[in-house]
Design a protein around this ligand. Structure first.
Ligand SMILES: [Ca+2]
Ligand SMILES: [Ca+2]
Length: 258
């Protein structure tokens, strides 16, 4: 199993579970664990699964990206019934690392952002076709993590192995960039005292808290190689804790919100 996401794509009030597996299939399960369907969207292991509304029409769709063993490095959209809605890419040998869909400029049309192991961030029109993305930016090293920033207008934040954390508007103009000194592998939005901040987790285990206009506010060290990061308000005080799973040492650290 390479990727998991739960969302109510069919809108019946109960989430389904979607799993990307090593058999190259995306599997859908009901909330009670019943297998609904499994389909192969394209040759390659669906190692990235996200959900969103890439057409801005209220239709929630599954956004899947090929990672391991992919030769195409493509991304595709599936509906709740497992029907292929659209395919992006032709990104030869570039494994997809993260996908996000957002209408950052509020014009009613979202953009589908795809970050790849070749270091490219592709911005696709929802119905865009290879080889004509809206724009491409290259980070020289693999792109690892995307985050949609709730600014006005919105921005897409991009973390890359080069250690850069950057934010772009929907037209592809860079709003700000930081060099964090170590590969930025995870990003998440964090609530702190009425503010929203961007947490950027680095491979070394350092987690930077960054304002949405690109200023480093704090840095904590999870003390090991970062494997996975999540945020949750564990103590219910209105501020999010940051959960960091590390290797060497293998442990789970909760960074308190205060
Ligand atoms: Ca449902
Ligand atoms: Ca837009």
């Amino acid at each position: 199993m390479r990727a998991l996401v739960a969302d109510d794509l069919d809108g019946d009030g109960t989430p389904e579970v979607y799993a990307g597996a090593g058999d190259m299939n995306v599997h859908a399960l009901s909330a009670t664990g019943e297998l609904l369907w499994g389909i192969q969207g394209e040759p390659g292991v669906p190692s990235t699964l996200r959900t969103g509304e890439p057409f801005g029409d209220g239709r929630r769709l599954l956004m899947a990206g090929s990672g391991l063993t992919s030769y195409g490095g493509r991304s595709w959209l599936l509906d709740a019934q497992g029907q292929l809605v659209h395919l992006y890419g032709g990104l030869k040998s570039a494994a997809v690392q993260d996908i996000a869909a957002a209408d950052l400029d509020g014009d009613g049309t979202p953009t589908v952002f795809v970050g790849t192991a070749r270091g490219d961030l592709y911005a696709w029109a929802p119905d865009g076709k290879w080889p004509n993305p809206r724009w491409v930016r290259n980070f020289t090293r693999p792109v690892r993590a995307l985050a949609v920033l709730p600014t006005q207008p919105g921005l897409i934040a991009v973390g890359a192995d080069s250690g850069s954390l950057s934010a772009f508007d929907e037209a592809g103009e860079m709003a700000w960039t930081l060099s964090l000194g170590s590969a930025v592998t995870h990003t998440a939005l964090v609530r702190r005292g009425g503010d929203t901040l961007l947490a950027a987790g680095c491979r070394t285990g350092e987690v930077f808290l960054v304002t949405l206009d690109g200023a480093v506010r704090a840095r904590v060290d999870a003390g090991g190689a970062l494997q996975e990061m999540a945020v949750a308000d564990l103590d219910g005080d209105g501020g999010d804790e940051i959960l960091a799973a590390t290797d060497a040492p293998r442990r789970l650290t909760a960074v308190p919100s205060r």
